[in-house]
Design a protein around this ligand. Structure first.
Ligand code: GDP
Length: 368
């Protein structure tokens, strides 16, 4: 055991005291790499939390939450707000208060007025019929706004358990890991276990005061592009840096492709600008509307990618959505999992959005 360090956190390993940092049980020494018990648990917590559920099972789970006296933390992804909202959440969780945690605010452009964003989220939540005790903006990954998450938990928890619910990929594990570090006393032993007596795959993370954070499986929504692409393309579709808005001055009769994943047609309206908020890794190709089909046929999977040609069949066929932006509208067209387009003109516009069949396209008040 001499001079050995944990491959996870770097702490010196020891076998003497299970209550002290760096403890590693005998049987774990034969594993490579050797990691301390604490890292082992955190690591396996992550594995456990990778479980997902379909809509029906998820609703059953929410029904279970409704029978408890607890605080519900619903994490949504600001990059895919419409796509990651859980419809009917209040109905299923009964009288339990809900805190809406809006994650990934680090993806917004560098200069962003967060108060405006917060007001926008409040209006959207209201419109969706979601009554919440509190709304908090944060970035679990970049540790932005996290103190407000903790404050909201402290204010509304009142000793109760905290159920954390969310769609897949919203950053639930990242956020819970941060909560484990900031909210529970890590010097105390961290034990993460499957919730006993249920088949719901709940993961219970005890807090110091006897309560628990309960992680629930992520719900899979097939209307999100992020659920339809493969892992490699997911990295291109999901931004990982602040988005640099792409501004296009377009005349009617022009189209813009984003890889072979989406096509935007400006069918009718005065010349105007459109701002695209998508991952910086996605390339845009502008073309004439009359050439757009041909461009796709000749260049899909090659010039127009992702996905690459051999993976194109994995994706449902592009399907057209007719969208009307009324006069004076300050509106976005959101494409679940891909991002959104802001229509900057006040004259109105007729658009067509082509996305893989099933992907949710929605018109909303502009976020930015
Ligand atoms: P889960 O499926 O909801 O548990 O989500 P994960 O925590 O596994 O995160 C899904 C993806 O989103 C990963 O690629 C994370 O790195 C990323 N992610 C999580 N939180 C944030 C965040 O605050 N900002 C950004 N930009 N990405 C995040």
């Amino acid at each position: 055991m001499e001079n050995k360090n944990c491959a996870g956190c770097g702490v010196a390993l020891q076998q003497e005291n299970p209550d002290q940092l760096g403890f590693v049980p005998e049987q774990a020494l034969s594993r490579t790499p050797v990691i301390c018990q604490r890292c082992y648990r955190i690591k396996n917590y992550n594995e456990a939390s990778g479980i997902t559920l379909n809509q029906d099972d998820f609703l059953k789970l929410l029904g279970h939450v409704g029978t408890t006296d607890s605080l519900v933390v619903n994490i949504v992804d600001l990059f895919d707000f419409e796509g990651s909202m859980i419809s009917g959440l209040p109905r299923f969780v009964g009288n339990n208060p809900i805190i809406l945690v809006v994650n990934k605010i680090d993806l917004l452009p560098k200069v962003t007025n967060y108060n405006r964003i917060l007001n926008w989220v409040q209006r959207q939540a209201k419109e969706a019929g979601l009554k919440v005790a509190n709304i908090v903006l944060c970035s679990a990954r970049k540790n932005m706004g996290f103190e407000r998450v903790i404050e909201a938990l402290d204010e509304h928890r009142k000793g109760r358990d905290i159920y954390v619910v969310g769609a897949t990929n919203v950053g639930k594990s990242t956020l819970i890991n941060r909560l484990i570090h900031d909210y529970s006393d890590l010097d105390a032993e961290l034990t993460v276990s499957q919730y006993p007596g249920t088949t719901l795959d709940l993961v219970r993370i005890p807090l110091d005061d006897g309560g628990s954070i309960i992680d629930t499986p992520g719900i899979v929504y097939k209307h999100r592009l992020t659920e339809l692409v493969n892992k490699k393309d997911l990295m291109k579709v999901m931004p990982d840096k602040p988005m640099k808005p792409l501004v296009f001055q377009l005349n009617s009769g022009q189209s813009v492709y984003f890889g072979a994943l989406a096509r935007f047609d400006f069918l009718q309206g005065e010349r105007q600008s459109f701002t695209f908020y998508v991952s910086n890794s996605l390339e845009a190709h502008r073309t004439k509307l009359e050439k757009a089909d041909e461009l796709y046929e000749n260049h899909k999977g090659v010039l127009l990618q992702p996905p690459v040609l051999e993976n194109l069949d994995e994706l449902p066929k592009l399907t057209k959505h007719a969208i009307r932006i009324p006069k004076g509208g300050n509106l976005d067209v959101s494409i679940s999992g891909l991002g959104w387009v802001k229509a900057n003109g006040v004259q109105g516009a007729e658009l067509a959005i082509h996305v893989p069949r099933g992907v949710k396209v929605a018109v909303r008040e502009s976020l930015i």
